[in-house]
Design a protein around this ligand. Structure first.
Ligand code: GLP
Length: 255
C-alpha cells in the first residue's frame, strides 16, 4: 500500500486526479471502477476540468440502492450523471451502474460481473470508505471473496447516508454492490478518505489485521493500492511519519 497524506482534501484529490489522468492518457480505453459519496466529489470535479478524452473509457460503478429508479434524485445513477458524467464526453453505452430496479437480482448481478470481464476487467478502482470500513456497500462481516450481490445496509450506514435523503426512514434497506472479490480483481485501487470521521476505519484498514470486520483491510492483500488521505483521516495512523517520509523520498523514476 502506498499511503499519501496531504494537508487537505483538495491536495489529496489532486494527486488522485493525476493518477487517473495518467492512466487515461496511457490507455484511452481504460476501464474505471467508480464510487459515490461525498469523498470522490472533488476528484470528479478536477477530472472534469482536465482536458481528458472519455469517449472510449468504460466505467463500472460500485453500487446502487435497491428500489430506486435511475431518475430518483438520491439514486447513484443520478449522483454520477449530475456530479460527473454530464461534465465529460463519456459515451452513455460505456457507463455501467447496478440496476436498483432489476427484477431478477441474482441474474443481474452475475451479468454485471460478466460485463466487467467482457470489458477486460477494471484497470483502476476508485474507492471511498465508510466509517465502519465498508467499501462499496460491503458492510462489516461481508465475505472477503464476495461477488456482486444484494446486501442489507447496516443501521449506521443508513444513518450516515440519511443526510442525502429527507430522513433515515427514506434510505433504502438494500443495495446491489460489487463484492470484495470483485474489487480485489481491479488492477489498481485508489482509496480516498477525508476527515476525522474516517480516521478509525482508515487506521484499521491500513495498519490493523485483515478482517471482514473492516472490509477495506483486505486491500492489504492487493498488490497495487494507493491511499490518498487528508491530515484528519490519517490522524490515527501509527506510522504516519514513515509514510510521509516514503512519499517525500521517492526515487526520481517513481515520482
Ligand atoms: C457509501 C458508498 C461508499 C462510500 C461511503 C462513504 O456507503 N456506498 O461507496 O465510500 O458511503 O461515503 P462518503 O464519501 O460520503 O463518506
Amino acid at each position: 500500500m502506498e499511503i499519501i497524506i496531504q494537508k487537505n482534501p483538495a491536495a489529496a484529490a489532486e494527486i488522485a486526479a493525476r493518477i487517473v489522468a495518467r492512466l487515461l492518457r496511457k490507455k484511452p480505453n481504460a476501464v474505471l471502477g467508480l464510487a459515490t459519496g461525498a469523498t470522490p466529489l472533488l476528484l470528479y470535479k478536477m477530472l472534469a476540468e482536465m482536458n481528458l478524452d472519455w469517449r472510449r473509457v468504460a466505467t463500472f460503478n460500485l453500487d446502487e440502492y435497491v428500489g430506486l429508479p435511475p431518475e430518483h434524485p438520491q439514486s447513484y445513477h443520478q449522483f454520477m450523471w449530475e456530479n460527473f458524467f454530464r461534465r465529460v464526453n463519456v459515451a452513455k453505452k460505456n457507463v455501467h451502474i447496478p440496476d436498483g430496479m432489476a427484477r431478477d437480482v441474482p441474474k443481474f448481478c452475475s451479468q454485471y460481473e460478466k460485463e466487467i470481464r467482457a470489458a477486460g476487467g477494471i484497470d483502476l478502482q476508485v474507492l471511498g470508505i465508510g466509517g465502519d470500513g465498508h467499501v462499496g456497500f460491503n458492510e462489516p462481516a461481508s465475505s472477503l471473496a464476495s461477488r456482486t450481490r444484494i446486501k442489507t445496509l447496516t443501521r449506521r450506514t443508513r444513518r450516515d447516508n440519511a443526510r442525502f435523503f429527507s430522513g433515515e426512514d427514506e434510505v433504502p434497506r438494500h443495495c446491489i454492490t460489487m463484492g470484495i472479490g470483485t474489487i480485489m480483481e481491479a488492477r489498481q485501487c485508489l482509496l480516498l478518505a477525508f476527515g476525522h470521521r474516517k480516521a478509525r476505519a482508515v487506521a484499521g484498514a491500513v495498519e490493523g489485521p485483515v478482517t471482514a470486520m473492516n472490509p477495506a483491510s483486505i486491500l492489504q492483500m492487493h498488490p497495487a493500492v494507493k491511499v490518498c488521505l487528508d491530515e484528519p483521516a490519517a490522524a490515527r495512523l501509527k506510522r504516519a511519519r514513515y509514510y510521509r517520509w516514503v512519499y517525500a523520498n521517492k526515487p526520481d523514476w517513481q515520482k
